[in-house]
Design a protein around this ligand. Sequence first.
Ligand SMILES: Cc1cc2nc3c(=O)[nH]c(=O)nc-3n(C[C@H](O)[C@H](O)[C@H](O)COP(=O)(O)O)c2cc1C
Length: 454
Amino acid sequence: MKDYLDNSNKKMKLALQLVSGYGGEFQSWRLPDSNERAYTDIDFYVEMAKTAEKGKIHTLFIADTPSFGGAGGGTDISTRSPAFPLEPMVMLSAVAYATQKIGMVATFSTTYNLPYNLARQLKTLDTLSKGRLGWNAVTTGTRETAYNFGDAPLPNTTIRYEMAHEMIEAVQTLWGGFSENAYITDKTTGIFADMSKIKPAFYKGKHYQVKGALPIPATPQGQPPIFQAGPSPEGIELAGRFASGVYANPFTIDEAKAYRNILKQSAIRYGRNANEINMFSGFMFTIGDTYEEALARRYKLLDFMSKEEFEGQIRYLSAMIGVNLHKLDVNKPLPESLQNQAIPHPQDPRSPRAVELIKQGMSPKEVLANGVINYHPVVVGTPKDVADFMEKWFKAGATDGFSLAPDSQKGVKDFVEKVVPILQERGIYHTDYEGSTLREHLGVAYQYSVTKIH
Ligand SMILES: Cc1cc2nc3c(=O)[nH]c(=O)nc-3n(C[C@H](O)[C@H](O)[C@H](O)COP(=O)(O)O)c2cc1C
């Protein structure tokens, strides 16, 4: 194993996804222990952030897209909660004010923003939070988003990534323009700022141009670290050049290791150290005191689905395992002859797990309840089961940490109270924050101004 993939002397890093306030399962807003108005309840986001801070979670993480944003990229929220919270910048300013340590990484499009506005708002929030902000710089791949910003269709991948490089360069140039020693505020001399140390950006790219300067000094971490999500070759280049964190979605340890290696190599190609780029693998869970208790919770979520939606899931599972489940009793294990016929769909990386569970004798409904169709690997079980999964991946060198999407609000509390102590006891998770800024939490260096290419 490449030494930079070796985690034996490292501790895992954790991000907690806020999703839309309810958790990673879009039916969980209906659970008896959920606050059904969490989506619009700022007190609730603050409370979750504080709970996460008690568990020393390195950072909150907010996925986002500037469009209607229904679950799974759809636009129907008639029964399922939205996939994203309220506008992240505004929402996080309240969270920042109510917390002290936890980092806050939020997603902002490199295609549907302007550098000056974005640089100003991000640096303001980084100032407000005393250096705890991170920017997940994504190109926005959903077609419908384009029409929220005019009549032009979504630019192709090449152009979007050209724009992404330019956007980050322009934003970082604006950030670095107000030199660290330019903020004087000397009452005796009457000098507020040293104008000789404040440089306009004069940034001239193909897609973005900006001339002026930003009147905001350096924050305690200099400027927010960049995160990235999106596994195309262009995405990997962007991550290698700029990212301190990458939100990834591997489904197996082997897949994760290969991707982590690719990311580290990309960073090395840009003259950076492999440790400067941290991969956060998406991970979901439902916790109970026993497997049966956790499973009952998952069944409840499935039962909230409409008949059509559930049938859609059964159809999907049929395709994943190559067996038509349509006429079978979904509450009973498959007859042995059909179990033997099950083979994973070659194009769906989640399929091997679905086949494995079918062959263990689980009914199709139980297999679905185990989250085989979810957008990340899922553990349904006890706090120990959740910790075991994380330990196994981490010790195998598959990831630097996890981007956690608990099933529900209760899942956040359960994770902090029941899983965190196990991880700490096993010596694979920190017992306190390393410092005060997000960069310190992540173990990435202070940075000011545009990332240099070596
Ligand atoms: C784990 C993961 C999380 C993502 N989160 C977001 C997000 O919150 N908002 C968004 O617009 N795109 C998100 N994306 C999409 C990517 O930014 C990108 O637009 C998409 O994957 C297509 O780009 P690619 O060609 O690099 O794969 C995410 C992608 C991955 C893999």
